[in-house]
Design a protein around this ligand. Structure first.
Ligand SMILES: C[S@@+](CC[C@H](N)C(=O)[O-])C[C@H]1O[C@@H](n2cnc3c(N)ncnc32)[C@H](O)[C@@H]1O
Length: 309
């Protein structure tokens, strides 16, 4: 069982029916989703494979190349040649969203700050069709090895891998080097909690949330010099704690003058931000950040789209 404080916080963050949706999520069977790796395959091949094997799937209007299937088909999928050939990559739907917002364009230099195991880096590389420049940083050796493995087998060959602490990047890379940055932060991962699996939550505590906030803030401060003025940084987490979401964005904007930009996400479960939590009131523009409510097709997530001023 999760402790009482966890539930009390949910009642402070969400309202009415959304509370029921959130509580149900922690106890429910997750769907399986994946994306086509366009560096190795395409929509036609994947859909023909699904039809041949009578696997029914859903797609989403706002996310091209993503598929949702019933959990019962996951085992089959993971033993298929498609999977072993890295033509598909199993990934949460919500985790596909940050790059869509970052929307890389021709010639841009991009940094993925905390990149392992590389789901988002490799997605980006496929979206960019192996052109231009992506740097991917990760400090943990085991996770870095996973990142390298993922990158190699997905045929992503434009990624510069940096095995180091993201806080030190500014000592190695010229300042104002990057056009766009993705900071998919290490977080308390509350949306990953599954009550059927104690390993997913035994470590939950308010202290852990505060610890994660400190880590996020430190990395944030240290990567700011690397971003060109007027360019974009997308911040995301898979947690529902306001301290790691709205509060971080509020602090960074007040201290470093970032502008919060709109997110054009036409998705019915994109829900409002939190205006205040624990007597902390956030800036008005926090309303432009997005909390995604977990549903049968998409996990919970938080994302903010920022411009450096
Ligand atoms: C949420 S995960 C990133 C997931 C990744 N973006 C993806 O989509 O596959 C956060 C990662 O940040 C790494 N990390 C934490 N602190 C770091 C630091 N100071 N420098 C570099 N990486 C760090 C963790 O080891 C972890 O792999």
């Amino acid at each position: 069982m999760l402790n009482k404080t966890f539930y009390e916080r949910i009642w402070k963050i969400y309202w009415n029916d959304d509370i029921k949706i959130v509580l149900k999520w922690f106890d429910s069977e997750r769907v399986t989703s994946f994306r086509v790796n366009t560096l190795k395959s395409d929509k036609n091949e994947i859909e023909a494979f699904m039809d041949e094997n009578k696997i029914s799937f859903k797609t989403l209007d706002f996310l091209k190349g993503a598929y949702i299937i019933d959990k019962s088909n996951e085992f089959f999928l993971k033993w298929s040649k498609m999977f072993y050939d890295w033509k598909i990559y199993v990934q949460w739907i919500a985790s596909l969203i940050p790059w869509m917002i970052l929307d890389p364009r021709s010639g841009e230099k991009i940094l993925d700050v905390t990149a392992a195991p590389g789901s988002k880096t490799t997605q980006m590389c496929a979206l960019m069709d192996n052109r231009w420049e992506i740097a991917a940083c990760e400090q943990n050796q085991i996770r870095f090895d996973k990142l390298a493995y993922n990158i190699k087998l997905q045929w992503c060959n434009i990624i510069k891998m940096l095995k180091m602490d993201a806080n030190k990047l500014k000592d190695k890379i010229p300042w104002l080097y990057f056009d766009k940055i993705l900071f998919d932060a290490p977080c308390s991962a509350e949306w990953r909690i599954n009550l059927k699996n104690e390993k997913s939550y035994w470590f939950w505590s308010v202290e852990n949330i505060s610890k994660k906030q400190k880590i996020q803030l430190e990395i944030f401060e240290n990567i700011i010099p690397l971003l060109k003025v007027w360019w974009q940084l997308v911040y995301s987490t898979c947690t529902l704690a306001p301290e790691e979401n709205e509060e971080i964005i509020d602090m960074v904007c007040r201290k470093y003058g970032f502008e919060i930009m709109d997110i054009d996400l036409n998705f019915e479960f994109a829900r409002p931000w939190i205006k205040e939590f624990s007597w902390n009131e956030y800036c008005d523009d926090i309303s432009k950040t997005v909390r995604i409510l977990p549903t049968s097709v998409c996990e919970g997530f938080y994302v903010a789209n920022l411009r450096k001023k």
